[in-house]
Design a protein around this ligand. Structure first.
Ligand code: GLU
Length: 396
């Protein structure tokens, strides 16, 4: 029997695939070090765990709750959005979802019609194009280069704009490059979006993880009524809560109306226990985040220095998120073993040296690999030592 054409159109998540492979090898007793999935190595804060325990005990939380999210959590999201991102929103303009991913898919379903074009700057987070396709849209890529610090500009946007352009997907600090756009760079792009009256979906999951300079301001600071702006955020990265699955979409009334309809048919409310855990994370401020940030920055500096000592690898100084995007082109030309792509290279590293990186193909750029430095200092050192050994072995 025939199944949906989507089967030929979409790929499984490449980041999740690497985590699964690493987990599988670990379960076979292999000493795997994972630079793959972007997931802080810290446990969730104690107060989060306590809030969840309390929530489990309360029978009220064993029942359905509002589709859009608990009012107390949405109030807390509105409060922290104003405090940290600087723009005011009504809690009714927030939809709490199962992680940022569901918020993104719901957002795409709420915005796109068949054959609408969505501009996605590459390298991009692996889920963006697939979410666009699931919603029936067409991803249109613009390729930024290492020489441009993996940043796009207005000329590049202009070169792909058509009368079908509906949306720009925006992520700064960037997953996978760690690059952070300056206010001037971002403002020029936001202005282009507003002048052309298209949508911008700004993924702000990494807003608290900027190690040098200022964070990129949100487009919602300019587009205060959210006429063109959609915001994605969540607790996964900033509070080390990846497994709790709490993210959210912020949008204007019209989008929100449809997004709520979609979620009411898809999943209803996010687990009440997770929502109350997330509320506790937001209520308790950023002390825990700041501590993690110190560790991430230490690891980032260590990794950049160490990579500089390894022959023919180079890296753009990602100053945000917890990723470095390593140029491995030199080793992907078929000259070394049978390595013809960054996927081959990453496969060779995991199979022979038990170090897991995400190949650049997953993010739309062959010849690179993403390194997440959200792992322990000890693993980072050992893993990069193995990478140095691997490259020495390749060079004979
Ligand atoms: N966002 C993280 C990453 O890029 C988690 C994995 C995922 O959801 O794709 O590694």
């Amino acid at each position: 029997m025939e199944i949906s054409k989507l089967d030929k159109l979409i790929k499984p998540s490449g980041t999740m695939a690497i985590s699964n492979k690493a987990r599988e090898l670990k379960s076979q007793g292999k000493p795997v070090i994972g630079f793959g999935a972007g997931e802080p190595d810290f446990p969730s804060p104690e107060y989060v765990v306590e809030a969840a325990k309390e929530a489990i005990e309360d029978p009220k939380n064993h029942k359905y709750s509002p589709v859009a999210g608990l009012a107390s959590l949405r109030n807390e999201i509105a409060r922290t959005t104003l405090e940290y991102s600087g723009f005011e929103i009504d809690p009714n303009n927030i939809l709490v979802s199962n992680g940022g991913k569901q918020a993104i898919i719901t957002c795409m379903l709420a915005i796109l019609n068949p054959s609408d074009e969505v501009i996605i700057p590459a390298p991009y987070w692996t889920t963006y194009p697939e979410a666009v396709k699931i919603a029936g849209g067409n991803p249109i890529f613009i390729q930024s280069t290492k020489e441009q610090d993996f940043k796009i500009d207005v000329d590049m946007l202009e070169s792909v704009k058509t009368d079908k352009t509906k949306l720009l997907i925006w992520c700064s600090p960037s997953n996978p490059t760690g690059v952070v756009y300056s206010k001037e760079e971002a403002d020029a792009i936001y202005q282009w979006v507003f002048d052309n009256n298209i949508w911008i979906m700004s993924d702000e999951l990494y807003e608290h993880l900027v190690y040098e300079g200022e964070n990129t301001p949100s487009p919602a600071l300019i587009d205060k009524n959210l006429n063109n702006t959609l915001i994605i955020n969540g607790v996964s990265k900033a509070y080390s809560m990846t497994g709790w699955r709490v993210g959210w979409l912020i949008a204007n009334n019209e989008v929100m109306g449809l997004a709520k309809k979609i979620q009411s048919q898809a999943t209803s409310n996010v687990s009440n226990v997770s929502q109350l855990a997330a509320e506790s994370a937001l209520k308790n401020g950023l002390d825990v985040t700041k501590e993690m940030k110190i560790a991430f920055d230490r690891r980032r500096n260590y990794a950049i220095k160490k990579l500089e000592t390894i022959d023919n690898l180079s890296v753009v100084n990602g100053s945000g998120a917890f990723y470095l995007y390593v140029d491995v082109n030199f080793y992907c030309t078929g000259k070394f073993l049978n390595i013809n792509s960054s996927e081959d290279f990453c496969n060779w590293l995991i199979e022979n040296y038990f170090i897991a990186f995400v190949p650049g193909e997953v993010f739309g750029t062959n010849g690179f690999m993403r390194l997440s430095y959200a792992l322990s200092d000890q693993e980072l050192e050992e893993g990069l030592e193995r990478l140095a050994t691997a490259i020495n072995d390749l060079n004979g």
